[in-house]
Design a protein around this ligand. Structure first.
Ligand code: HAM
Length: 429
């Protein structure tokens, strides 16, 4: 039997309400802050990610799924969405609307990493990008929004770590400072990190080798911001303080993708352990220009949805809720099947979720099935009652039943509270 690929997972109907709950909460809060949904393709030219994420990064060097299509183009399964959104922003002239373009997304990403709890090869992100302003208040908005999203989901005990990498010139200085700090420990680094030392020293912070992790933890990391970037960072911090968003500054937050400038941040959450971020993001003020657009500053973040679910279950005690059923139509004899099917059709046309047993078993078996499906009501079509145009309406919650005129059934059902219809986005705790 062919099985699913390692690092990929089926999301089964029993778990889907949790996903829908997160997606609906995200859509709600992103809309409140003025972000509009965008859906970009899952496949892109590999060059888009190589240029934006950086060719010395783990994502590009080791994790990206790249294949050659029938005409020899290098195609990648997207490892993240920021580069695609910047491409879409330029290609569709979204800048023409003026001001800040605010976009959010939900969808699968692909990275060939070693699978473990909260780390998959196909994983889902929900994130957003605000393109068009360098105003520090946008940084505050984006970081605050990430925190408010977690709060809305009932996820507590999260920790925002903040840093500024500064502008392009500062970044060069930051890189030099880090080189000085790593130099005395060079021999303790793995072979890949020895190469990273020259190529892109910041990537040593991403290394998963124990020896490199120890070195990275112990080197000192000083800030090296120019006065303009330092002032920008101060304003971001003051803005967060003003709306009581708690954070700590950590100079070792350098992020695993090359496009970042100025503000960067990561959010960790207790149930996932300190290492793995539930959300990460930052400014990428040069990316739009580097991708062929105008000089346009931007900032964004992405949440890992599998990690949101782990936190939701671990901290907020969320339970997946299987959506019930309004009505199960039970039939006592083969002869009434046609009538039952007509009734089923009218119920569905009236927006009442309904089901029937196509295997036509005994009434007892049909009642068991109704219970299994979580039916709120069972409508029984019995031969005797049907002769006088009546059906039996059984309330499965209150455990009572009554005869009802067939032509009054839909009106009667619609007047009863507790029908599941329309509750798909409520989720459950
Ligand atoms: P990232 O740090 O690569 O940033 O990923 C963001 C989040 O996606 C991580 O914090 C984590 O929660 C989740 N994630 C990453 N890899 C995996 C995986 N293999 N399995 C499960 N979850 C994972 C970005 O992707 C940037 N595009 C974020 C951004 C948006 N920056 C600016 N705008």
């Amino acid at each position: 039997m062919i099985k699913s690929l390692r690092g990929t997972k089926d999301i089964l109907p029993d778990d889907i309400s949790t996903w829908q709950y997160i997606e609906a909460a995200g859509r709600d809060i992103f809309n409140i802050y003025g972000y509009k949904e965008i859906r970009t393709p899952i496949i892109e030219e590999a060059g888009l990610f190589i240029r934006s994420i950086g060719d010395a990064t783990d994502i590009v060097q080791k994790e990206m799924y790249v294949f050659s299509d029938s005409v020899g183009r290098n195609i990648a399964l997207r490892p993240e969405a920021t580069a695609s959104i910047v491409r879409a922003y330029i290609e569709n002239s979204l800048f023409q609307a003026g001001g800040v373009t605010k976009l959010f997304y939900i969808g699968p990403m692909f990275r060939s990493e070693r699978p473990q709890q909260g780390r998959q090869r196909q994983f889902y992100q929900t994130g957003l990008e605000a393109i068009g302003s360098d105003n520090p208040f946008i940084d505050v908005e984006v970081i605050a929004l990430a925190a408010k999203f977690l709060e809305r989901l009932g996820i507590k005990k999260f920790h925002i770590k903040l840093n500024s990498l500064g502008c392009q010139k500062d970044k060069i200085r930051v890189i030099e400072k880090h080189k000085e700090s790593f130099k005395p420990h060079f021999e303790k680094l793995c072979e890949t990190c020895k190469a990273r030392f020259d190529k892109n020293v910041l990537r040593i912070f991403d290394c998963k080798e124990d020896s490199c992790k120890v070195v990275a933890e112990n080197v000192k990391a000083e800030s090296a911001l120019c006065s303009e970037c330092a002032e920008h960072f101060e304003k971001v911090k003051a803005g967060l303080d003003a709306i009581s968003i708690q954070y700590t500054v950590d100079n070792k937050i350098v992020r695993g993708l090359d496009y970042y400038t100025k503000t960067v941040f990561e959010i960790t959450q207790e149930s996932l352990g300190a290492k793995d971020a539930i959300c990460a993001g930052g400014r990428y003020n040069n990316l739009v220009k580097e991708m062929g657009g105008k000089d346009t500053p931007a900032i964004g973040f992405a949440f890992g949805m599998e990690r949101l679910i782990l936190a939701l279950i671990g901290v907020a005690g969320h339970k997946s809720q299987v959506l019930g059923l309004d009505v199960f139509v039970a039939v006592t004899g083969e002869a009434l099947y046609n009538e039952a099917f007509k009734l089923l059709n009218s119920l569905r046309m009236a927006g009442i979720s309904s089901e029937i047993d196509y295997d036509a078993k005994s009434l007892k078996a049909q009642m068991r099935k109704a219970e299994k499906l979580g039916a709120r009501f069972v409508v029984i079509l019995g031969e005797e009652e049907f002769k006088s145009n009546k059906v039996v309406l059984k309330d499965m919650e209150k455990h009572n039943q009554e005869e009802i005129q067939l032509d009054k059934l839909i009106a009667e059902l619609s007047s009863r509270p507790g029908l599941v219809l329309g509750s798909t986005t409520k989720g459950g705790k």
